[in-house]
Design a protein around this ligand. Sequence first.
Ligand SMILES: Cc1ncc(COP(=O)(O)O)c(C=O)c1O
Length: 455
Amino acid sequence: MTVPLYQQIYERVKRQIADGTLAPGQRMPSLRALASELGIARGTAEAAYDRLVGEGWLVARGPAGTFVAYGTHVALRDAAASCRGVTPTLPAHPRLLRLGLPALDAFPRKLWARLVARQARAAGSFDPPEPAGHPPLRTAIAAYLERSRDVACTARQVFVVPAYAAALGLVTEVALRPGDAAWIESPGFPLTAQVLARVGARVVPVPVDEDGLVVAEGVRRARRARLAVVTPSHQSPLGVALGLARRAALLAWARTADAHIVEDDYDGEYRYGGHPLPALQSLDTEGRVIYLGTFSKVLFPGLRLAYAVVPEAKVEAFEAASARSLHAGCPELYQAVVADFLQQGHFARHVKKMRTLYACRREQLTRALAVLEPEGLTVEQRQGGMHLVIRSTRAEPDAELARRAQAAGFAVQALSVWAPDGQGPQGLLAGFTNVATEAEARHLAQRLRKAIVSK
Ligand SMILES: Cc1ncc(COP(=O)(O)O)c(C=O)c1O
């Protein structure tokens, strides 16, 4: 029996996605081009594309064309390998619903490439980096933060570092001695506890409720702590905002205890109902808050650029610490490119565009994940961020659910892993930013359901 032509095309495209010939985000030939290349009717090519789009392998973007969906290749490659009884030799890096990854298909690559090319020719890009950061970038960050996050600071207060861990590491050099207690949120971003433990801090998990960090509990557990690391705009991972009364209580505690607060504003730009909340730093009149931001979420994580905004009174201490830091200095070229991106208004435009896009993608995936409700998994409604929290009432531990999902190519994480004692709420964390279409969302939700219910 001969296989219909449209099916042959369908199979070939899937094979090419699996073996990497077709990369995620790559534009497919137009229907007309494909039909003429293969000498087939346009309707045949259309039938193949329709099925591939319907199953989530391709994404149709109207006049812009049809593209290979993100995250499909790994699942396909692994599925193909296991069908043939072959274990993949490389560890699988599942990407489906991966957390914290911006929408790679919506990144303005041409513009970025143009800015990189221009700066690559500039003499300054070849200079050794300044430990505290490229001065024009420090100035551009200060201006951006004042406009968009109500963070009042001068360029001198901004220190550019290679990613969040380096920013927190720099803070600990100035504000913490081995053995000092430091509050962290529970559940909270696991890297925070790791960085603090590595410098010898006594890490004190403080619970989070609907209003964010339970400050009174922190005071009860470690009144004399020297540091509190919090995510006030959008708690990581639960997504709640730190309430106003809690903000005031936290600042009051820091004043009394002569402690510092690290405000990790990793994705504060992304809030979908109303305006993003002003930063906690904007309420600080006593130089207690050290504000941390990263370009990983708005631009891309491979950039490895983040920053700390430190109180005026601490600038010299941070200058000294960054000069002797083993991690000081980021590539001048990319700092200069990001400075251009900010100064020329591209950053603000990109954030605005992504806010609309993410609101839509978030809604799309939330709707699709309703198929998990009969299985005891419910998406929680939150205002901001780049991921969904799916609460579980299932009998199995969430780590087991995450393991099953990961084996099927998903990069979802177990919520309980984010609590230092593993005793936090049960659920899954799933990124929505790279799920481009309704069809892809539905397809992924069904696959996730199947992966979770099968043992
Ligand atoms: C809470 C939180 N803080 C900080 C970061 C880190 O960003 P970077 O990529 O700069 O290390 C992340 C990234 O996932 C995060 O979730």
